[in-house]
Ligand binder design. Structure first.
Ligand SMILES: [Zn+2]
Length: 375
């Protein structure tokens, strides 16, 4: 999630804004004003989910589960722009002179919106009477600022937004800490059985490369699918992690590609192809050649991509039920980890490392789950 505009409401600005919006029916106005903010927040959140599952184009959700949401996700809209428009609408009619500088007014697009609407009238009243700020108003402002800061917290792989905090960031991420069927895992002690091979139906396709702020993601045109267990899943996107998130008998690889598929019921199936240092990989190079210059930008490649080239010749695999490895960590994801790694050159690893030196979620507990592997 690139550069989702981060907005913060400064207390003073809040009061100003509230004053500007004040007048008869202030509460109704504030509530109305909050609605678009909420909608924007939803859109923004849908885009975020799209990050790892990341089929952003179709609106799939991180190796994601909120696929239905994505489908409904509106086209990306600059939330700040939207807020500006709303402000202009509200303020323009009555007090054009008070329209705050667009670059100064920052508005929280997330959970803070309702807070603002609930409190604005009280802060307003004081401000419009010209009273000095009361202790209550100051306390509310401080509280508001704290909430705005919390809402800003972005999930990450280290630091204050690291994996240990994902589950507490928002209710939708709770599974990240409470789930018992999470990914990635250290794959070992698999049961050797005759697994049906995964039937890959990949073909040369148009693609777009996106730096979503957490990884390099490639959105692939329609027409690619896999068949597993009699069920067909369409490829939505693929993306990279460094180092590999999954381990095999404790071993971590240089990188991994996650190919995210979704079936007609929005069930997710992810094929993982481990990447091991060796010769350069032409398909990876094709993707790197189209890297966007800026996070959040999506580059439409002028070449085609054939994901078959990414698959090892020997296609035995491990399979288990897990989750998205990024918030919201939704479960019910069918994982298929190819046993044979594919090569990637040091230079190619180095290029990804410049963008994302470490974007692997730590290993999660297996919690007694069954792991099967091809004989
Ligand atoms: Zn992934």
């Amino acid at each position: 999630m690139p550069a989702r505009p981060t907005f913060s409401f400064r207390p003073l600005t809040l009061a100003l804004l509230a004053t500007s919006l004040a007048g008869p029916g202030t509460s109704a106005l504030a509530a109305e004003n909050a609605a678009p903010l909420k909608a924007t927040a939803a859109a923004s959140s849908a885009r975020e989910t799209a990050a790892e599952t990341e089929p952003k184009a179709k609106g799939e959700k991180g190796e994601k589960a909120e696929a239905p949401k994505r489908t409904a996700a509106p086209k990306p809209v600059d939330p700040l722009e939207h807020v500006r428009e709303r402000l202009a609408e509200k303020l323009g009619a009555t007090k054009p002179a008070e329209v705050p500088e667009p670059n100064v007014v920052r508005v929280v697009t997330r959970a803070t919106a309702p807070v603002a609407s609930a409190r604005a009238p009280r802060l307003n009243a004081a401000a419009s009477r010209g009273d000095p700020p009361s202790p209550l108003a100051e306390r509310l402002a401080t509280e508001h600022r704290a909430r705005a800061e919390a809402a800003h917290a972005q999930w990450d792989y280290a630091g204050s937004g690291g994996p240990d905090t994902w589950g507490q960031m928002k209710p939708e991420f709770a599974r990240c800490s409470s789930g018992l069927r999470q990914s990635p895992i250290d794959i070992r002690d698999g049961i050797k059985v005759n697994l049906d091979p995964v039937q890959f139906d990949y073909k040369p396709s148009a693609f777009r490369v996106l730096d979503n702020g957490h990884t390099v993601q490639v959105n692939v045109g329609p027409g690619n699918s896999i068949d597993v267990g009699g069920r067909r899943y369409d490829l939505v996107q693929f993306h990279f992690h460094r180092p590999s998130e999954e381990r095999i008998n404790g071993r971590q690889f240089d990188m991994v590609v996650h190919l995210v598929h979704k079936d007609i019921d929005n069930r997710l199936a992810v094929v993982a192809v481990l990447l091991d240092r060796g010769s350069a990989h032409p398909l990876v190079q094709n993707v790197w050649n189209n890297l966007p210059l800026e996070k959040g930008d999506e580059v439409a490649a002028r070449t085609m991509i054939d994901l078959s080239a990414l698959l090892p010749t020997e296609r035995s695999y491990f399979t288990y039920m897990g989750s998205l490895t990024t918030p919201p960590c939704s479960e019910g994801v069918l994982w298929m980890v190819m046993k044979a790694p594919m090569p990637i050159s040091s230079e190619q690893i180095g290029i990804f490392a410049r963008l994302y030196p470490m974007n692997a979620r730590p290993i999660q507990s297996v919690s007694g789950r069954l792991i099967k592997e091809s004989n």
